[in-house]
Design a protein around this ligand. Structure first.
Ligand SMILES: Nc1nc2c(c(=O)[nH]1)N=C([C@H](O)[C@@H](O)CO)CN2
Length: 125
C-alpha cells in the first residue's frame, strides 16, 4: 500500500506532567505515515485524489496550538483519531518524539499504529 509521508514536523505545545511544564510550550517532533492509494491522484495529476500533506501538517499545527495534555500518549492518540476522522485515513503510523525530555537521550516518545490497511487495499479493486 502506498503511503503519504510527513517527517520531522516540529510543533510547540503545552505538554508534560510536572508543574513547571504546565507554564511553558515545548517542542514535539512528529513522523507520520498514512496509507492511501496514490494512483488516481497520479493518473489525473490531481491533489483532490490524495492526502494533502500540507493541509494535514497545518491541522496538526492547529491541534498542537490548542492542546494542553500531560502525556505524549494522550497527544498522539487524540491526534490519530482526529486525523483519521477528518481526512478519512484508513491506517496511519505516528511517531511522536519529545526531544530534551530525557537529556541523556536524543529523544523519547511513542509510536502508534491505528486503523487497518484493508479499506485502503479495497480501493485497489
Ligand atoms: N510514557 C511517558 N513517560 C513520561 C511522560 C509521558 O508523556 N509519557 N512524560 C514525562 C514528563 O512530562 C517528562 O517529559 C518531563 O521531562 C515523564 N515520563
Amino acid at each position: 500500500m502506498d503511503r503519504v509521508l510527513i517527517e520531522a514536523l516540529a510543533v510547540e505545545t503545552v505538554i508534560g506532567v510536572y508543574d513547571w511544564e504546565r507554564t511553558i510550550r515545548q517542542r514535539l517532533v512528529i513522523d507520520l505515515e498514512m496509507a492511501t492509494d496514490i494512483r488516481a491522484a497520479a493518473a489525473g495529476d490531481d491533489l483532490a485524489h490524495t492526502l494533502d500533506y500540507a493541509a494535514i501538517s497545518a491541522r496538526i499545527q492547529a491541534y498542537a496550538d490548542e492542546s494542553r495534555f500531560e502525556l505524549v500518549e494522550t497527544f498522539a492518540e487524540r491526534l490519530a483519531v482526529l486525523l483519521r476522522t477528518e481526512f478519512s485515513i484508513p491506517w496511519l503510523r505516528m511517531t511522536l518524539r519529545k526531544p530534551g525530555a530525557v537529556p541523556e537521550a536524543a529523544a523519547v516518545g511513542v509510536r502508534i499504529e491505528r486503523g487497518t490497511l484493508a479499506p485502503a487495499m479495497g480501493q485497489l479493486a
